[in-house]
Ligand binder design. Structure first.
Ligand SMILES: Cc1cc2nc3c(=O)[nH]c(=O)nc-3n(C[C@H](O)[C@H](O)[C@H](O)COP(=O)(O)OP(=O)(O)OC[C@H]3O[C@@H](n4cnc5c(N)ncnc54)[C@H](O)[C@@H]3O)c2cc1C
Ligand SMILES: *[C@@H]1O[C@H](CO)[C@@H](O)[C@H](O)[C@H]1NC(C)=O
Ligand SMILES: *[C@@H]1O[C@H](CO)[C@@H](O)[C@H](O)[C@H]1NC(C)=O
Length: 441
């Protein structure tokens, strides 16, 4: 009898965690929940039938026969823009025989191995879409007033089910909901209009003139794919001329301001051009249709979610965690730090400041960034700040920081990409120590 009571008490005290999404971030959250004492195995909700999120290539664009939208933005010939040596989760290397820059299939295989290695799969509910997440205050005998989360999900037949959790990790990604800027007169354009989210391969564009809007990672990579397959590319963007040597066939231009009635595209510098295709490589919106942002004290805009303490949690609800929301980061290592910090908050090994203080801190940091000339839209871009950020999380939560060699190689590759945008992926690297890497070709 005594033993039974003990067991019951222990299981009751284990924290129940819901994870939304089984992409890289959700798998990472599940892996650490499973490893940590004090937590019940997580419930991972995954809309699709697979792990891997955006790395799970889907040839189809638009939506599935069941009406759900295709979320993956992966294109057929994509290779990683980070070498596997820094891209990996710090506790799980890619296979040693693989080259540094990998086709997307290898990343998908890696995430499947990660999932199976850490025994995550039995805890994933596939084909299960989270539709609503609501905080509910409950009164219990033993714990007094306590916040729980009601998570409502729909299975493949549309059956709804609501369950209660102590904490929720939002790992639903933010490269699925295309952001398309308003362009006056766009309805006059006679050709094809698409967003990079729906781009899969270059062949259909052979012999055509394609105006690519946006020259960030995907704008540049897709432009290079297109010219190699015989398209003519006009790469339009708002920024100073790119400091990269562009392959012949890509003409760099100022941004698109309007489409005239006769279908001509008008550019910022006053010139005009005609094209068969307008391809928006203009990024993605944040989108959390299952959250009531006002109720959570959050403002969710196209490119900003705020306030989030340490880019992870809303100060008013410190048991809701957004993993992987920052941009211009080394994604997997960043997720790994955020998840461990969040779990340390939950198990009490990190004590958060009071709500007001967290809000002030977020405010202060935003003001500092804006003061440095950062645009409102770019507040979640980390770039140089990412290393100090990860170190601070590690320090606060008492887990090992990223070895300095990760930053060093990341920065090396960033340089190489700038100088050799067409062929930096042919380079291969090897980690030598916690501070040193070497090039092996
Ligand atoms: C084209 C492209 C190229 C990239 N290249 C690189 C690269 O070279 N190196 C690199 O490190 N990173 C790269 N990235 C960044 C990439 O986004 C991250 O590596 C990582 O995959 C993000 O993982 P995630 O788990 O946050 O999101 P996702 O991979 O988007 O996973 C989110 C998951 O949540 C599920 N989901 C969403 N909504 C719901 C819901 N309501 N209910 C249940 N499940 C839901 C989705 O089905 C999906 O499986 C690239 C991204 C893109 C789009
Ligand atoms: C998302 O992007 C579109 C443009 O593509 C915009 O009109 C819309 O308002 C955006 N914001 C949200 C939060 O959906
Ligand atoms: C389209 O119209 C604009 C004025 O609106 C004109 O300057 C341009 O020459 C026209 N282009 C073509 C190809 O007719």
């Amino acid at each position: 009898m005594f033993v039974v009571v003990q067991v019951d008490r222990v299981t009751r005290m284990l924290q129940r965690v819901a994870v939304v999404g089984a992409g890289a971030a959700g798998l990472c959250a599940a892996r650490h929940v499973l490893a940590r004492p004090g937590f019940a195995p997580p419930v991972v909700f995954e809309l699709s039938g697979n792990v891997g999120g955006t790395w799970c290539y889907e040839e189809r664009v638009g939506s599935y026969p069941n009406g759900r939208p295709v979320l993956s933005s992966m294109y057929r010939d994509l290779r990683t823009n980070l070498p596997k040596e820094v891209m990996m989760f710090p506790d799980f290397p890619f296979e040693p025989q693989l080259s540094s820059f990998l086709p997307h299939q290898e990343v998908q295989r890696y995430l499947e191995r990660y999932c199976d290695n850490f025994g995550i799969r039995p805890h994933i509910r596939f084909n299960s879409a989270v539709e609503n997440i609501t905080p509910v205050t409950m009164t219990t005998d033993s714990e007094g007033r306590k916040l729980t989360w009601e998570v409502t999900s729909a299975d493949s037949s549309g059956c709804l089910r609501t369950e209660a959790f102590d904490a929720v990790f939002i790992c639903s990604g933010h490269y699925s909901d295309p952001h398309i800027p308003q362009i006056p007169g766009i309805q006059n354009f006679k050709g094809k209009v698409l967003h990079s989210h729906s781009y899969r391969c270059p062949e259909p564009f052979s012999g055509q003139t394609v105006v690519v809007l946006g020259a960030k990672a995907s704008g540049l990579d897709i432009s290079i794919e297109l010219v190699k397959t015989g398209a003519k590319v006009i790469l339009c963007h708002r920024y100073a001329p790119l400091a990269v040597p562009l392959p012949a066939g890509i003409q760099e231009s100022s941004s698109v301001v309007a489409v005239d009635e006769n279908g001509s595209i008008r550019l910022q510098d006053g010139s005009q051009c005609r094209a068969d295709v307008l391809m928006f490589c203009t990024g993605y919106n944040f989108s959390y249709p299952f959250l009531d942002s006002a109720r959570l004290g959050l403002e969710i805009q196209d490119h900003v979610v705020s306030p989030l303490y340490r880019y992870i949690l809303p100060p008013a609800f410190p048991s809701l965690f957004f993993i992987g929301i920052c941009k211009i980061i080394c994604p997997f290592p960043n997720f790994n730090c955020q998840v461990q910090f969040a779990l340390a908050v939950l198990d009490g090994s990190v004590t958060l400041p009071p709500r007001e203080q967290m809000e002030e801190e977020v405010q202060r940091e935003q003001q500092t960034k804006l003061g440095r000339g950062v645009q409102q839209n770019h507040l979640l871009k980390m770039d140089q700040d990412q290393w100090e950020y990860c170190d601070a999380l590690a320090d606060a939560a008492g887990f090992p920081p990223l070895p300095p060699v990760v930053r060093s190689l990341y920065e090396e590759v960033w340089q190489q990409r700038r100088v050799h945008p067409e062929n930096y992926r042919g380079l291969n690297y090897r980690m030598v120590s916690a501070t040193q890497w070497e090039r092996i070709n």
